[in-house]
Every structure is written in C-alpha cells, then in structure tokens.
Design a protein around this ligand. Structure first.
Ligand code: ATP
Ligand code: MG
Length: 596
C-alpha cells in the first residue's frame, strides 16, 4: 500500500480527549477517530491490526475445535426475561442498549450472547451424541458503559470474540475450559502480549469457576493481587488473603464509653488509644432489586478492613434468590428511612446489635428482615469495641453471642497488597495493574436450566446442557498491545499484529534513483507476501521518519542518498531501534526471512 493513498492524518499533539498512552497514540497515529463517547471508527490501519489479531484467534479456535458463527445483535427482550437478565441489564446501572420496535416489541442490542446461543442449543442439540460443541464469533458488542473511557479500552461499541461450549457433563466442560485456557495463553503470546491468568469474579454472567487474562500495564483499570511465588493471582474483586493479626482487646466485661462526636474509627481510636483491629464497624446499606422491594443490609467488618463491594453484591444476590436482579447496592441514607433510625440513633453510632425495629419506616423496611452479614475478620474477634446504638456512645468489650447473635459469616473484605496469602502466610500479596483482555467461565447449567436447553443422555434421561463461555476483547487487546509496546516516538507493534511489517521510506521523492529503487523493493516484498507500505508522499524525509515511528511499523527501510550505490538503511523499530546500512539485496533477504 502507498502511504499517499492511505488517508493518513497524523497529529503532532496529544488530543485533549485522550488520557492514556494507547488512546493518545492510536488517535495521533491515524488508527481511529471518535464519533461519540465510546464509539470509534476503526480506520484502515487499525482494521488491519484487528484482522491480524482475529486471524490468530481463528487459528487457535480451530485448534480447540471451535466453530465460527455469527449470531444476531438485535435480541428480543423475552429471551432475556426468560434467563432473568433483562431487568438487570436494562434498569438501574444496566448496560444494555434497548429499544422498542415498530411492533411495540422490546429488543436489546447484544452486550453478550449467552441467551441467543442457549436458545439455539435448545433447538439444535438433542442428544449426547452431538456433544461437545463449541461455537464462537468475532463481532461488535454494544454496552452502554457507565464510564466509557480510554479509547478502545472501554468502548460502548467494541469488538469481541465470544465462544460458548455445550457438554453432556461437567468433566467435559472442564476439559474444554482447560483447552481454552491453553488457547488463550497461545493467543496472547502470539500477539506479543505479556498476559497473566488470574482468578476472577464471575459477575453478571454467572456460573462457577472463572479466570481472567490480564495484560500487565500501568494504565490497567484492574488491580491484580499475586503472590511472589507465582502460586496465587487474583483480581482484587475476588482476591482472598489473611488480614493482619488483630491486637487483642484486654478487657473484662462490657462497659459503655462516652465518645462524643467520634463517629469514625480513626476518631474513636485516636481519642481512646484503641487499635482499629479492636473495633467492629457496621455498614448500613440498601439493596435494590428488580422484582422485590429494597432490603436493608447490615455488614460488620473489622475496623481496619475495607468492604469489597463485588463480594457483597454476590453475597446479597445469593441470599435473595427470588428478588430478581440486584440493581444497586449503596449506603443506606436517612431519606430511605423517612428521616433516620428510630430513637434518633445516628448512623455513626450504629452497632451490630441494631434491631430491625429501629429501621421503622420508608423504603428500607419494605422487604422483610435486615440482611445481616459479618466478615470473618469481625467474626473472629473475641471482644471488640463497637457503636452503642446511642448518640455519642460506644461499647467496649462486646462479644458475639452476648451482644447479639453472630451474623452469617461471609468473606466480604477487600484483600490488600501486603496481606499474607492463604496458601502460605510467609508470602505477601503484591499488586500490579492489569488490563482484562480475556475471561473464561464455567457457566454450569444456569442458562440451560433457565432456557430449557436439554439433551438426552446415554440412559435416555433429559438433562440440561453444561455450558462454558469464553471472551476476548479484540479491540481492547489492540489497545493493550500499544500500552505494552510503545516509546516516546510512538507505537512499536509486535510483528504478528502490526498493520504492515515493513515501511519503505523514500527520503526524497524528487530523486528518480531513490524512487526507482524503492519501487523495486516495494514490488519484490509485496510479491513475496510481505505486508509492505511505501511512503511515497512528497514530504520532507524528517516528517516521514516521524510518521513511520509514530504508526509503529516494525521494520523501516530507508531509501536515501546511498540509493545511487544500491544501499539502504534498515531500522528495527520493534526490536530496539538498531539500524544497519545494507545493500538493497541484503536488506531484501533479511525482510524475506521474516516470513520464513
Ligand atoms: P470489564 O470488567 O472490563 O467491564 P467484563 O467483565 O464486563 O469486563 P466480559 O463480559 O467478560 O467483560 O467480556 C469479555 C471481554 O470483552 C473482556 O475480557 C474484555 O476484554 C472485553 N470488554 C468488555 N467490556 C469492554 C468494553 N466496554 N470495551 C472494550 N472491551 C471490552
Ligand atoms: Mg464490563
């Protein structure tokens, strides 16, 4: 391809809209343009990158016997109602774009395809003899993200590879899951990415085991916690660890302490010399559901610990099976109680023994008893300091069982860097930022049960299908590659996913000798199947060199003054910038070897 025909418009300065490197560079180097928040036009250079990534994915999907398909993006609401996800995906913070068609039917634009593919399976898969089956597609997904940002990283319209597998039993699902794990590792490696597999939360997709693949990069939105010995790595959303040991509270009996104006753990500890690990803090929250009134949630955590909201949302969802989707969970505010807690109990003085009756009126009293949960960090304290449910007072020496029954114990705390690991307390969790490029799930039978996708097993019995699903953010992967491969001058694409392998720069397009040699090399490389660009623009050499660096083509072949002697310069942009003065034939030979 000739650069003069490429519609290439590069920008000297960083666009104001871009915050992270990949976003800036992809805009500056003419790979994409923004149409609306989170919606981008993929220009020809980027499309080539996406095609190369897709080609690698297709090869590796073929290796695990997955079949390519293409499923509808417009999906009927009824299907999503049957799986129970319509409300969760459309109301509250739901991310599905949805519309009413001319027949007054509600439809959604596919954010993911579990429903559609399970419906197909229900229709097509009848017998264990047809199993296992794995389908995948590479397609635009739509998600009305709450915070679209960072360019391709979090788009509202983006390209995903999503695969779905169907099995007669769980063992078979596990085998395919393991095979996908291998395929994913190969895909990321072949794309030139350093990616790590981490334990992940299964989120709104549901199911049991799930694993994310993270490209480590400063710009990553996710926090990975990993042990130095490499045996444990998890997304912080899901990570578990041992909290620091608590300082024992040496007191006899229970006493009341005057704590005027001390409503935070810090104030309380500063005023009375307690250690935060000796306290229990109580969080009052309100959970809103699609199909049930809101419910108050009381969470007890050790005073020095932080709540993990993802774990909490999972715990609440699991305990309210008939409430429909959990739409939102946030702090309980006086307004939710028509004015506050009964008896004028201030929120800062609430203790674990707060009675349901103190939440008398308003939204929070709608759905039955307060859901009470305690993290094990709080549950394990023998004696502790906590709010007294009275203004300006705390209790010292409170004990579970005496103060109130121990609430149901659930892991709710956020693991932190520096925490000791469960598998080996001598290992401490280290933090790294990551970009989630892939996610694989063992879905189990959640969707097949909901959508009645059954098969007949060897004994003639009807059973729901076992399912797995496997996603890769194709467009996000391209951005992640730029995050890992760039320098001050621009992108440095890994060869396997570069839009072109070689760019030939004619230093002076006025010089017929240079032009002739460049054209010859361009023809030879192209005929040999090498993706080659020829920068034939009538620009100054400096401008062309800068653009070549910016767009990040791995090899640059400069045809300049020494063309008269048949010599050229070969610059290795991706491999560290080494340059060599070679005869045109030697350079050609080197580049042809790229394909060998
Ligand atoms: P995230 O936590 O980043 O929102 P997710 O858990 O919603 O991701 P999945 O539903 O598992 O993601 O989607 C599969 C893959 O699609 C992700 O691993 C990611 O690479 C990609 N992806 C998800 N959301 C977006 C988005 N808004 N823009 C670009 N890629 C995305
Ligand atoms: Mg998401």
């Amino acid at each position: 391809m000739r650069v003069s025909r490429l519609m290439l418009v590069t920008l000297r300065d960083d666009p104001a809209e871009a915050e992270i490197t990949s976003h800036k560079l992809l805009l500056r180097a003419g790979y994409m343009r923004r149409l609306a928040p989170g919606i981008f036009a993929y220009l020809p250079l980027l499309w080539r990158v996406l095609q190369k990534i897709s080609a690698i994915i297709r090869e590796e999907m073929a290796e695990v016997d997955a079949l390519e398909t293409l499923l509808p993006q417009l999906q009927p609401a009824d299907l999503w109602r049957r799986s129970g996800r319509w409300d969760g995906y459309t109301a509250g913070e739901g991310i599905m774009f949805h519309l009413i068609d001319r027949q007054e039917r509600a439809m959604g634009l596919g954010p993911t395809h579990e429903e559609v593919v399970t419906e197909l399976a229900a229709d097509l898969l009848r017998s264990y003899r047809q199993l296992p089956v794995c389908l995948y597609q590479i397609q635009t997904k739509f998600r009305d993200e709450i915070r679209p940002r960072f360019g391709l990283m979090r788009g509202r319209e983006f390209i995903m590879k999503d695969a779905y597998s169907f099995h007669a039993d769980e063992a078979c699902l596990r085998r395919t899951y393991a095979a996908m794990d291998g395929a994913y590792r190969r895909i990321f490696e072949r794309c030139g990415l350093r990616a790590v597999a981490v334990e992940a939360d299964s989120g709104a997709i549901g199911g049991s085991a799930s694993q994310e693949f993270m490209v480590t990069a400063e710009a990553g939105e996710d926090l990975i916690l990993a042990s130095p010995d490499g045996r444990y790595a998890a997304n912080q959303e899901r990570a578990v660890s041992l909290p620091p040991p608590a300082v024992p509270l040496e007191v006899e009996g229970l006493r009341t302490l005057a704590t005027p104006g001390q409503t935070s753990i810090e104030e309380l500890c500063a005023a009375h010399g307690f250690d935060p690990t000796q306290t229990v803090k109580v969080l009052l929250l309100l959970a809103r559901f699609a199909a049930a009134p809101a419910r108050a949630v009381l969470v007890c955590l050790r005073g020095d610990q932080q709540l993990n909201e993802v774990k909490l949302a999972n715990a609440v969802t699991a305990r309210c099976p008939d409430a429909g989707a959990l739409l939102e969970i946030g702090p309980l505010l006086p307004d939710h109680l028509a004015g506050g807690l009964a008896g004028g109990v201030p929120f800062g003085s609430v203790g674990p023994h707060l009675e349901d009756a103190l939440l008398p009126k308003g939204e929070a009293s709608g759905a039955g008893p307060v859901l009470r949960l305690a993290d094990s960090s709080a549950a394990e304290l023998e004696a502790f300091v906590c709010g007294a449910n009275r203004e300006g007072e705390h209790l010292v020496g409170a004990r579970w069982g005496e103060l109130c029954p121990l609430p149901e114990v659930v892991d709710l705390r956020a693991a932190q860097p520096g925490d000791r690991c469960l598998h080996d307390p001598f290992q401490r969790l280290e933090a790294a930022r990551g970009i989630e490029v892939g996610h694989i799930f063992q879905l189990g039978r959640k969707y097949s049960e909901a959508l009645e996708a059954r098969f007949t097993d060897e004994t003639g019995r009807e059973e729901p299908l076992w399912m797995g699903c496997y996603g890769i953010g194709v467009s996000r992967l391209a951005a992640a590659a730029v995050e890992q491969h760039h320098d001050a001058d621009g992108i440095r694409w890994p060869l396997a996913i570069a839009p072109y392998a070689v760019i030939i720069v004619i230093a002076s397009s006025q010089d017929p000798v240079q032009v002739a040699l460049a054209e010859r090399l361009y023809g030879d490389l192209g005929r040999a199947g090498i993706d080659v660009l020829l920068d034939d623009r009538p620009e100054r050499a400096g401008v062309k060199f800068k653009d070549a660096d910016l767009i990040g083509i791995p090899w640059r072949l400069v045809v300049g003054r020494s063309a008269a002697e048949g010599r050229v310069e070969l610059v290795d942009r991706s491999g560290g910038g080494g340059r060599q003065d070679l005869s045109a034939e030697e350079a050609l030979e080197r580049l042809l070897r790229l394909h060998a």
